[in-house]
Design a protein. Structure first.
Lengths: 134, 152
């Protein structure tokens, strides 16, 4: 076990999961405005239906922002060197994401953290990896 | 192929300069349910050793969207915005940015490739964020262009 500034780092260490409440239409509207992503498919039911969806769905970058909260809630933000996320499945409105992270490598001054976001029904919506400076 | 690769890699994006505002970071923190006061309250940020509210990790993507015509490059390439998907997103940081920082954003398409026998075209857009002459962060967005509109 390595402890750096109170961070417990060893292979397999699980970050404290971040469980979000169901994503409301209001949250999507606020995130559209605050993130400057005005794609109407996330906020306008008529547009979503015209595009072939049953309903609006969450911005992928909202889930990545939640993963960002997972990371900065665990390690100071200036420790985050780089990260990547893949958008695997859409998050429907009312979906309740849970963000998880697990240390998969420690060495050479960095820790690598495997990241994922899952919905309550088990659907994985996002996978990723972060590099944290030690 | 669905996307003119040479045209895409040759595109020039206008340089974009912006001062990060406290209020926009507070609105973003509220929208994502951030609970750490350091991202809401300048005094809490100072107490945590920051000059002002830090720019959170994914907000650099939002700063790109504030540029004029953020999806203009799709129009320039004749790509319908309804045919694109965000495949993946990458961030690399060299320093923290804070409210009050003047950031200069430069973007370009760095890669274009096909998969699934041309049914999907992948484009990688990279953006660099400089404060004065210092590189603060880079972002990389992989955009997937579908030949067919999104199915029901």
């Amino acid at each position: 076990m390595t402890t750096v500034d109170g961070l417990e780092l060893t292979l397999g260490t699980e970050l404290p999961a971040l469980e979000l409440p169901p994503i409301s239409r209001g949250t999507l509207a606020l995130f559209a405005g605050a993130s400057h992503d005005h794609n109407p498919v996330h906020i306008d039911l008529d547009v979503a239906r015209a595009a072939g969806f049953d309903d609006v769905f969450a911005h992928g970058m909202l889930s990545m922002a939640y993963l960002g909260r997972l990371l900065t809630g665990w390690a100071p933000q200036d420790r985050l060197m780089s990260w990547t996320a893949r958008f695997v499945a859409i998050t429907p409105v009312h979906g309740a994401p849970t963000c998880r992270g697990r240390v998969i490598q420690v060495g050479d001054g960095v820790a690598r953290v495997d990241l994922s976001v899952q919905l309550a029904d088990g659907t994985t919506t996002m996978t990723g990896e972060a590099v944290i400076a030690l | 192929m669905g996307v003119d690769r040479d045209a895409a890699l040759g595109l020039t994006f206008p340089r974009y300069e912006r001062v990060v505002e406290r209020g926009e970071l507070q609105a973003f923190a509220a929208a994502i349910g951030e609970t750490d006061p350091m991202y809401h309250d300048p005094q809490a940020a100072v107490a945590a050793g920051h000059p002002d509210l830090p720019v959170p990790p994914t907000y650099f993507f939002s700063l790109e969207l504030l540029a004029p015509r953020p999806f203009g490059y799709l129009d320039d390439l004749g790509i319908d915005i309804g045919s694109i998907l965000h495949g993946s997103q990458q961030f690399t940081y060299h320093d923290l940015a804070h409210a009050g920082d003047r950031l200069v954003i430069t973007s370009r398409l760095v890669d274009v490739f096909e998969k699934s026998a041309g049914a999907l075209t992948f484009m990688v857009k990279e953006s660099a964020f400089h404060r004065d002459e210092q590189l603060v962060a880079t972002t990389g967005a992989t955009v997937i262009v579908r030949r067919q509109p999104v199915p029901a």
